[in-house]
Ligand binder design. Structure first.
Ligand code: NAP
Length: 336
């Protein structure tokens, strides 16, 4: 079996490897992977920027999709031929993660998906609706679910609400698409007018270039006449002050990323005065993932893929996520 493996930190150390595939047990399935998508975390893990606590050799990438090609006798609810995605947190079924639910994550504590096949417990994978391709499904376990968790279980977004989405990457464009399908208005900010034009075509109601309009939070507040209901907070330290300007009384800020810095230095007054809610988001659990898949199937939401790469081009895809020119997701199509 072939895989991309990392034996020490650094993208230049990501190399093809031959691995012997383990036999599946009675409650396990064998998946033949067809696609994987790239997240900033994958690049950070490879470069040693996410954690130094990595067991080498590591097969990286958390998010992939493939077909069940063999199933043990005790497997129920999955059949040979089903397209599935491994969960980002295989042990986090529902509710809050109070104990060991998040100790294992795909592509870090457990082997990732940048390999031709893998054996998974039946509870660690989820069947994907038929209308999605494997490349589209591979966009969902991290970026898609993070957007859904922020909007629905945490943000309680309803038709007519307004969501402020930061950037045009994987999480942001998933949030734009899901928000529109939920019947919400979307304000989106980006450094690129070209990306904003694409977001407008996808239904964004107000587009702001955050480089030209550094006070985008106040503009969003005025546009809504009282503040946005939720913020998809991708920037982190560098955007929080404007997010607090944008949010309405009692609104929800889903703290997801740190693209604009990790160390917060903002006044807490707007948070107190507006009785706003700051929520840390850690992707999400299996129940929420399944809710999202049902919702997506009902509304025929298809993830936005910026560029497809072949399996051999995996290192290029990982380099490109760090460069940041993409709109939506970067996906490795194993069939190319
Ligand atoms: N907490 C979680 O569970 C979780 C899950 C997934 C991702 N994340 C984190 O969330 C962040 C985004 O992930 P992703 O997969 O969407 O990454 P991505 O596809 O690489 O997108 C990154 C986006 O960040 C935007 N950005 C950069 N600086 C910004 C700023 N100052 N203001 C507003 N937007 C800015 C860029 O927007 P433009 O190019 O349009 O300017 C770009 O679209 C990363 O930090 C990632 O590590 C966290």
């Amino acid at each position: 079996m072939t895989a991309w493996q990392l034996n020490s930190f650094g993208l230049e150390n990501l190399k093809p490897a031959q691995i012997t595939q383990a036999e599946h047990k009675s409650d396990e399935v064998l998946i033949k992977f067809e696609a994987a998508s790239v997240n900033p975390r994958d690049y950070q893990i490879i470069e040693g920027l996410f954690t130094q606590n990595v067991n080498f050799p590591l097969t990286p990438l958390s998010d992939g999709a493939g077909v069940v090609v063999a199933a043990g006798d005790d497997v129920t609810g999955l059949e040979i031929g089903d397209t599935v995605t491994p969960l980002f947190f295989p042990n986090w079924k529902s509710g809050e993660a109070l104990f060991d639910e998040r100790k294992i994550s795909s592509g870090l504590e457990s082997e990732g998906v940048l390999r031709k096949s893998g054996v998974y417990n039946q509870n660690a994978v989820t069947k994907i609706p038929d209308y999605l391709t494997a490349c589209e499904a591979a966009c969902l376990p991290c970026a898609g679910l993070t957007a859904w968790t922020s909007l629905v279980p945490v943000g309680n977004i309803e038709p007519g609400n307004t969501v402020l989405v930061q950037g045009t990457g994987g999480v942001a464009i998933a949030a734009l698409q899901l928000s529109k399908a939920l019947g919400a208005r979307v304000i989106i900010i980006s450094s690129s007018d070209e990306k904003l034009a694409r977001a407008k075509n996808m239904g964004a109601d107000l587009c702001i270039n955050y480089l030209r309009q550094p006070n985008w939070g106040s503009e969003a507040f005025e546009f809504t006449g009282g503040g946005v209901d939720a913020v998809i907070e991708i920037g982190g330290a560098g955007t929080m002050e404007q997010s607090l300007n944008a949010i309405r009384h009692g609104g929800h800020i889903a703290v997801i990323g740190y693209m604009a810095g990790i160390q917060l230095d903002v006044t807490v007054f707007p948070l107190i005065i507006k009785c706003a809610n700051l929520h840390g988001i850690a992707t999400g659990n299996r129940d929420n993932y399944e809710q999202m898949l049902t919702f997506m199937a009902d509304h025929k939401v298809k993830p936005t893929i910026s560029r497809l790469y072949s399996y051999d081009e995996a290192p290029i895809a990982l380099g490109d996520i760090a460069k940041g020119g993409h709109f939506g997701k970067l996906v490795i199509d194993f069939a190319r």
